[in-house]
Write a protein that binds this ligand. Structure first.
Ligand code: FES
Length: 152
């Protein structure tokens, strides 16, 4: 078993009611929930794997693919929406060849929707890792993600 999982499991008793904190801790430690991790969690918590998937898929906070080198958070808040976020999202998807919730095969980019990134006066905006990219236009998106090729 992965040493990270051994470390995480040492913090818990292995009970079904601990599933959510276990999933959170594994994701925080490893970055995402792989199929192997889900199997190990099921064994550790003495529940079927389907139960672990059932719990994890219920909550938007859990991800089942690794984040890319550049993780893009697309704001779906009202201010960004009104100022053209759907068009920006479409541009980004066209440039990177991935859609919301996906990671490119080369692991360079991943993308997720978030409620609001707290920079509404700069709408439409996204976050790339820790950086806010503000007042986006299709032209700015092109500059940000110059590679036109599909990375998927
Ligand atoms: S609505 Fe996009 S940052 Fe708040």
């Amino acid at each position: 078993m992965d040493n990270n999982l051994v470390d995480v499991f040492s913090l818990f008793d292995g009970k079904e009611e601990e599933l959510i904190p276990i999933l959170q801790k594994v994701q925080n430690t490893v970055g995402f929930l792989s199929n192997d991790s889900m199997e190990e969690i099921a064994r550790f918590a003495h529940v079927p794997k389907s139960k672990v998937y059932g719990v994890a898929t219920f909550y938007a906070q859990f991800r089942f693919t690794p984040k890319g080198e550049k993780h893009i958070m697309l704001c779906r808040g009202t201010a960004c929406h009104v100022k053209g976020a759907p068009r920006i999202q479409e541009e980004i998807e066209n440039h990177l060849g991935i859609k919301e919730g996906e990671t490119s095969k080369d692991l360079k980019h991943s993308m997720e929707n978030v409620a609001c990134i707290g920079a509404c006066s700069l709408a439409p905006c996204i976050m790339v890792n820790e950086t806010v990219e503000a007042n986006l236009t299709p032209q700015k998106v092109e500059k940000l993600f110059l590679s036109k090729g599909k990375n998927k």
